[in-house]
Every structure is written in C-alpha cells, then in structure tokens.
Design a protein around this ligand. Structure first.
Ligand code: ATP
Ligand code: MG
Length: 354
C-alpha cells in the first residue's frame, strides 16, 4: 500500500525511489572555513553553511571497508548464479543485530549491481518493451505476511493495492513482473519480521522457494537473529529434513559489530574513526580528536556502527549549535544514544522485568 503524502521517489521500496538512490551520488564535503572567515559571514550564510555541514554529516558515502568482504562474497555469488543454467540459484542471508549495518550493505550492493547492469545494458526498456528493473528491494516492516510480502513486491513495481486478489494470484503477478522487467537481484530486508508461527514459517519458506525456483534471480535476505529463530533457522541450518534443500542454497553471512581485540581489527576501528574525523566539518577540530578517544568511543558504542553514527552526528549538531566547534569527551558524555547502547556501555542500569 502506498502511504499518502510520501512521494514515491523518496522511498527505497518503490522503483522511483530506488532508481533515485542508484543514481544519486553522496553529498560533497563542504570546505572547512577558518573561524575568522566564518565569523565574517552574515547570519543567512552562516545558517546555510551550518545546514550543509549537518547534511553532510548525515549523508556522506558509506565506509566501504566495513563491508568490502561481504560485497566480494555477494559478487561471487551473483557471478556463479549467472553461469548456472538450470535450477534455483543460490542466495545469501545477512544476519546481525540492529544497527550493525545490514540495510546499508544490501542496499549498497543492490546500487552497485544495478549500476553495473545499466552500464552493460543502457536502455530503459527490455528488448520486449517492458521497463528494465534489474533490482527489486523490499522491506518486510509493515505487513509481515506472505500476502504483505507479495504486495510490497508489487508496490515496488508500481502495482496495487489489489485487494481482491488471492495469495496465489499475487504470487503469479510477482513472478510475471520480475520476469518481464528482467529483475535478476531480489533483496528482502528485515525478513525476520515475516510471521514466525510454525505453520506460517513453512508457508513463508514454500513461498520464497517457489519464487527462487521460478525466477532467474539471486535472492539476498537481511534480518536480525536469523540463525536463531523462525523459518530462516530451517533455511539456514536445515534442522527440518523437508527444508534441508533450501538451507544448502543459502549462504549465511554474519554482520557483526567492530572489534578492537587484534591489531587488524583495531586498525579498522581507527580507520572508521578517521573517516568521521575528516567528514565531520567542525571549525575547531584537530587531527586525532576522535582517534585519540578510540577506546572511549568503543565503550560507548560497543563497536556498533549505527550507535557510532548516531553519537557522532548528534555531537556534531551540538558542537555547531553551541559554537564549541569541537567534539570533546565532555560533549560526548552529555549525549544519550538510547537504551540498548547505554546499557552496553554500562551508563544505565538494566530495567527489571515487571
Ligand atoms: N558502512 C557504513 N558507513 C557509514 N555509516 C554506516 C555504515 N553502515 C551503517 N552505517 C550507519 O549506521 C546506521 C545503521 O545502519 P543500518 O540501518 O544499515 O543497520 P541495520 O543492521 O540494517 O539495522 P536494523 O537491524 O535496525 O535495520 C545507519 O544510520 C547508517 O548510516
Ligand atoms: Mg536495517
């Protein structure tokens, strides 16, 4: 269903929004001004500069080193699927806790894949005259049923809502859309939200299996706790003999927080902090402002990229607003980044269950 008031091109889960995301480039970093030059700006220009700095803090390109290995695995999977002539193609399931960067990894993979496809075939229509849409991206967040998943897929293609269609009719339509539009990569995000009752697990699995069998596409799933619960447990670990065939077809790719226990892991953590140091434009910042607080920042965020991003963008907004123009530990201390991260950092007590 299309939410009223939300333009289609703003949402990743419809073809217009996805296309925009594929073509958009990351924001350009505003130049770092001297304090003197900044003070000489009039209020309007100051406000515009501040807005740009903040926009860039939220919109700079993702840090590729965080997922280069997963992208390489996905690239290999797609390549080997392209060579496979018959039978269902192999897929991958990215599995990790909230904030570990799964949606970023799968959406960026889809973006790069579509760019490559469009370089190779630079036409808007397929040879048969249908819209060429090599990637389908859906999210199971709103309607966690098979019907809902089908509807989400059709919404991406610009169809629906089809209130009177049966589940089977919807499935047929999805298959048709994907075939006609030559969709060869299907990304299903937040798949853990699909209904997890025993019967529903089986239905969901059968449905996904049917799609995988009938489409010449690579399936990439992302979700939380996939190996522990619900139908993906069967899909990934094959504890149910009837589903074991599917489990062999899926590659389980854990998405973990950053660590600092070995020299190479620590180097990656420092590398991430140095990207933030150079992308967050603050007039009073100095080299080492963040890398010098590497241990503190790890304790606050437990290495979770989503928590780190939130902490540092909020600190940037505060440093600009207050005019302090630098991220200090005192400033970071004053920012609360939510219950789970604060418990992890030992800054809040775990709430007792009632
Ligand atoms: N490689 C990256 N470079 C820079 N920022 C990143 C990167 N990966 C994730 N982030 C930031 O971390 C935040 C959380 O990432 P993301 O939404 O991808 O996580 P997730 O695992 O899908 O979380 P959830 O399970 O809650 O959906 C995002 O705001 C994103 O901007
Ligand atoms: Mg996500």
């Amino acid at each position: 269903m299309i939410e009223p008031g939300v333009e289609r091109w703003r949402r990743l889960t419809v073809k217009e929004g996805w296309r925009q995301f594929v073509t958009d480039e990351p924001t350009e970093r505003p130049e770092r001004m001297s304090v003197g030059d900044y003070r000489r700006l009039n209020e309007r220009l100051k406000a515009a500069y501040d807005r740009e700095r903040l926009r860039h803090a939220h919109g700079f390109g993702p840090i590729r080193s965080l997922y280069a290995d997963i992208h390489q695995t996905l690239d290999r999977l797609v390549t080997s699927n392209e060579r496979r002539r018959r039978g269902a193609r192999h897929g991958a399931a990215l599995d990790g806790n909230p904030g570990n960067g799964k949606s970023t990894i799968v959406s960026q993979f889809g973006r790069q894949y579509e760019r490559r496809c469009r370089e190779h075939y630079p036409h808007e229509l397929t040879p048969e005259g249908h819209e060429y849409l090599p990637v389908l991206y859906v999210n199971v967040d709103a309607l966690p049923t098979i019907k809902g998943l089908n509807e989400a897929m059709l919404t991406f293609y610009g169809l629906g809502p089809l209130r009177h269609a049966t589940a089977q009719q919807l499935t047929q339509l999805v298959l048709q859309c994907a075939q006609l539009c030559q969709t060869s990569l299907i990304i299903i995000d937040d798949i853990h939200l699909l209904e997890l009752r025993r019967e529903a697990d089986r239905d969901a699995n059968n449905h996904l299996e049917q799609l995988a069998n009938d489409l010449q596409a690579t399936f990439v799933y992302a979700g939380v706790g996939l190996a522990r619960s619900g139908f993906m447990h069967e899909v990934l670990l094959g504890t149910d003999a009837a589903l074991a065939q599917t489990s062999r077809r899926f590659r389980h790719l854990p998405v973990k927080p950053l660590r600092r226990s070995t020299p190479s892991k620590r180097a990656l953590w420092l590398g991430v902090l140095s990207v933030f140091e150079s992308e967050l434009v603050l007039l009073g910042s100095k080299a080492g402002d963040l890398c010098g607080q590497a241990d503190y920042l790890w304790r606050r965020t437990q290495g979770v990229i989503g928590s780190l991003t939130q902490l540092l963008t909020e600190a940037t907004a505060e440093a600009i607003d207050s005019g302090s123009e630098q991220i200090t530990q005192e400033l970071l201390d004053s920012i609360d980044i939510g219950y789970a991260a604060e418990i992890g950092a030992g800054r809040q007590q775990r709430r007792r269950a009632a």
